[in-house]
Design a protein around this ligand. Structure first.
Ligand SMILES: [Cu+2]
Length: 366
């Protein structure tokens, strides 16, 4: 839960709100809730002035892809079909823009690795990490280190479990990761790595009596860009997918914008000049997000849960979500049933994008 005034969210006005099912309450596991945020001593207005008036400066790292591990050549090998997009040639030689702002600190439950939260855990215990990307403009990779994790839910909705040590998430998204800890004494840092850079934050799980050493706030290497090829999203399957239905309507949602001038749009409009997207309560609708810009946009819809059903032209029964990350020059389709008759916000969860206009209304009629 958070303020919807982006400048307030940039000043950390957000907190976890966990809704537990009866099953959650009965489960034999320890729950560890962590919210990750980015913090600056500079005021949001000054940060915005910096990126609006000095594009290419003020902490932007246009070269991040070069050392960030992006492999343009790999995209063709993912079975992706960008279909109506400008085609793969459009990506060649172009650079994604990963980070607008260099923050002064990256926080895990309000703390940095200089003085991290240490959570006592049982030897051989099961832990469910409930992780929230509450940052205003930072994508993170969660790194569980030596302990393999199971990603069991995204945005609060169960998926078919996916094993791994690294899972990414964009602003507004949530990850639930289960860990089965080894039987002996141990210290298990759970890092959040800043996308494309070396900064990291995190919490530390430690068994009783285990000695916790100081951890560096910088990784040895920069982390890669998150999900530029949608490889992670393509692996996720809803545990309880939506019933298959023909959509009554399909809406194209073009995501656009530029660094200079710093302005981000939905269907070529900024908030205030927007044309609402309309649906009817109970009716199936599909939203096709086309990102025509060189930054990624985590798109969040209020009041609804949607299912990711397409990447490029490939259809699949993906995760249920409320925030879907759309990388540059790619297309993601989500399906949903129109909910309560009301005007709902549909917006990018990158705060400087939201401030400069990247929001529209999803208007549901009875
Ligand atoms: Cu955006």
């Amino acid at each position: 839960m958070h303020s919807h005034i982006p400048q307030q969210e940039m000043q950390l006005l957000a907190a976890p709100l966990i809704v537990r099912s009866a099953e959650d309450l009965a489960a034999d596991r320890q729950e560890v809730v962590t919210i990750f945020q980015d913090f600056s001593f500079t005021s949001p207005d000054e940060l915005m002035a910096g990126i609006e008036h000095e594009p290419g400066h003020g902490g932007m790292d246009h070269g991040a892809m070069g050392h960030g591990g992006m492999d343009h050549g790999a995209m063709g090998g993912q079975g992706m079909d960008h279909g109506t997009m400008s085609g793969m040639s459009g990506m060649q030689g172009m650079e994604m823009d990963l980070n607008d702002i260099d923050f002064d600190a990256y926080l895990a439950n309000d703390r940095t690795l200089a003085d991290p939260e240490v959570v006592r855990v049982e030897r051989g215990g099961r832990v469910r990490l409930r992780l929230i990307n509450g940052a205003s403009a930072t994508v993170f990779w969660i790194d569980t280190g030596a302990v393999e994790g199971r990603l069991v839910a995204v945005d609060g909705h169960d998926i078919e479990p996916v094993s791994g040590n690294r899972f990414g998430f964009a602003m507004g998204q949530r990850l639930d990761i289960e860990l089965d800890l080894p039987a002996g004494e141990g210290v298990y840092p759970i890092f959040a790595l800043r996308e494309g850079e070396r900064e990291r934050t995190g919490i530390i799980l430690a068994t009783p009596g285990a000695r916790v050493e100081r951890l560096d706030g910088l990784s040895e290497e920069a982390s890669p860009a998150f999900d530029y090829d949608l490889a992670q999203e393509a692996r996720l399957r809803a545990a309880r997918p939506l019933a298959a239905r023909e959509p009554a309507d399909t809406k194209m949602i073009m995501l656009g914008g530029t660094m200079s001038p710093y302005r981000w749009t939905i269907n070529d409009r900024v908030w205030g000049e927007h044309v609402p997207i309309r649906a009817r309560s109970g009716e199936r609708v599909e939203l096709m997000f086309h990102n025509m810009s060189m930054m990624a946009h985590p798109m969040h819809l209020h009041g609804h849960v949607f299912q990711v059903v397409g990447i490029g032209n490939r259809r699949f029964a993906g995760a249920l979500r409320d925030t879907v990350h759309i990388p540059p020059m790619s297309m993601v389709t989500v399906a949903l049933d129109g909910g309560e008759a009301a005007n709902w916000m549909l917006h990018c969860h990158h705060m400087p994008h939201l401030i400069t206009g990247m929001m529209t209304e999803f208007v549901v009629a009875a």
